[in-house]
Design a protein around this ligand. Structure first.
Ligand code: SAH
Ligand code: SF4
Ligand code: F3S
Length: 445
């Protein structure tokens, strides 16, 4: 590589989960501290960070096509951007990226990006730089204070995973479970609220495994953190994701009945409704124990909206086992869901299993599941008609005077009137569609 001028502008392209979005923002803040600013819309950036996801094969392959596209565009414009690959693909196959993609200057793992500025210096000097260490908590200490503005913000509280589901790469790409300390989290939340956040979503690969010591030195779980955050003036809404059924403490369930700011929404993946498949996945819970957790939430918060993740076509999944998944879906009645075809990931135990499911069978199962889940989402929306609730405006709509935002149950709601992004507007849910609702703002009296 040849030495280059230091980059003045950057762009981060984040794939995958919300934690990658959070990491992307924090990398931006690190660069901003050094005077590197976000490239304007439509303008080529001097530095492009591809913040990648390794969860399924399709996600992983994007990095190579993106690099190819950037190189091609650079040749046409005569200005080659510096390319950095961050995120979970960087962690999982940093060496391979360096080999396969000579245009990449920097490979930085999700636990090492606080060292990005040093790596940048190296790259400017013409040396390629790789860092996939996992110092975990040190990263957060080394990051600058948050600058992010906006009405809704993410806050990573827990990272990593010790669950080792047999299909999943996350324990390898994000490392062991760690919890960020209480004090720093409260401080970061206060800062986000000062900068305009009305809603904070706490993030973790197993967010409900968060544990720490509160300001009085008492051991506490996620519920304690939520209670503390709820005391921040100006913060109106708290959410958290993603939870694991086995880490669900009663105090967190109880918090849904106690903390008004905690939204009535729970993302609790089950993956499959078949106990045989759950065992082969090493989920360490059964369909029944999952349903028990759900029942406890509903007892405390009857209107809670539930969402989940599903994998169809895990090796050896029979038609009857797939139907068990449809049954659990029927039983739970989800408000929203994410469903995926199983993707064999290199290095995971499931990748070595026999009896792969044929692609056409997987496609057909996914379609049936998604149809069922879509019907449930529509039914949930229809059942919400007539309710009055607050909507946090996050976008403008298609037509002038139209606004879009989220209900407490995380539904998309659109309505008309004179509002602004970040407003909490009280509306009556008037009409339901499959994926959104129309709200009516009561006329002023
Ligand atoms: N920590 C969370 C989310 C992990 S990744 C959890 O445990 O639920 C998000 C979702 O991707 C998973 O819930 C799972 O449904 C899906 N997923 C993970 N690995 C996969 C694979 N190899 N093939 C298909 N889907 C996968
Ligand atoms: Fe992956 Fe399972 Fe950990 Fe979730 S709990 S991140 S699916 S290993
Ligand atoms: Fe993807 Fe890594 Fe998130 S693999 S889903 S970006 S933790």
């Amino acid at each position: 590589m040849k030495p280059t001028a230091p980059p003045r502008t950057y762009r981060v392209k984040s794939y995958g989960c919300q934690m990658n979005v959070y990491d992307g923002e924090r990398m931006g803040e690190l660069l901003a501290e050094r005077g590197i600013t976000p490239a304007a819309e439509g303008e080529d950036a001097d530095l492009v960070i591809l913040n990648t996801c390794h969860i399924r094969e399709k996600a992983q392959e994007k990095v190579y096509s993106d690099v190819g596209r950037l190189v091609f565009a650079g040749k046409q414009s005569g200005k080659q951007p510096m390319i950095a690959v961050a995120g979970c693909v960087a962690q999982a196959e940093g060496e391979e990226i360096m080999r396969r993609a000579p245009a990449v200057s920097i490979v930085v793992g999700p636990q090492a990006y606080h060292r990005l500025p040093d790596m940048l210096e190296k790259a400017v000097a013409g040396k390629r730089a790789t860092d996939t260490d996992m110092p975990a908590i040190a990263k957060f200490d080394a990051l600058p204070a948050r600058r992010k503005r906006g009405s809704s913000a993410f806050l990573s509280v827990q990272e990593g995973c010790d669950k080792f589901c047999t299909y999943c790469v996350v324990p390898y790409t994000r490392g062991a479970e760690i919890s960020r300390p209480f004090k720093g989290l409260v401080a970061e939340a206060e800062r986000l609220v000062e900068a305009g956040a009305k809603e904070i979503t706490l993030l973790g690969q197993n967010v409900n495994a968060w544990a720490g010591e509160d300001d009085k030195g008492r051991g506490t779980g996620l519920a304690g953190l939520i209670h503390a955050l709820a005391r921040i003036d100006g913060l109106e809404r708290i959410r958290y994701t993603t939870s694991h059924p086995n880490d669900m403490e009663d105090s967190l369930i109880a918090a849904h009945g106690e903390v008004e700011k905690l939204m009535p929404y729970l993302h609790l993946p089950v993956q499959s409704g078949s106990d045989r498949v759950l065992k082969a996945m090493n989920r360490q819970h059964t369909a029944e124990s999952y349903l028990k957790v759900i029942a406890k939430f509903r007892a405390v918060r009857p209107d809670i909206a539930l969402s989940g993740d599903f994998i169809v076509g895990f090796p050896g999944e029979t038609e009857a086992e797939f139907e068990d998944t449809l049954s659990i879906v029927d039983e739970v009645r989800y408000a929203a869901c994410f469903s995926f075809k199983y993707s064999a990931r290199p290095g995971t135990p499931a990748a070595a299993l026999d009896n792969p499911i044929a692609p056409e069978v997987m496609a057909e199962r996914l379609q049936r599941l998604q149809t069922r889940l879509g019907e449930q989402q529509y039914a949930f929306n229809q059942a919400s008609v007539g309710k009055t609730c607050k909507v946090l405006v996050d976008r403008t709509g298609r037509d002038p005077g139209q606004w879009l935002g989220k209900s407490p149950w995380l539904q998309s709601v659109w309505f008309e009137g004179e509002h602004a992004i970040g407003d909490l507007v009280e509306v009556t849910l008037a009409e339901a569609g499959p994926v959104s609702l129309r709200g009516l703002v009561p006329a002023p009296v």
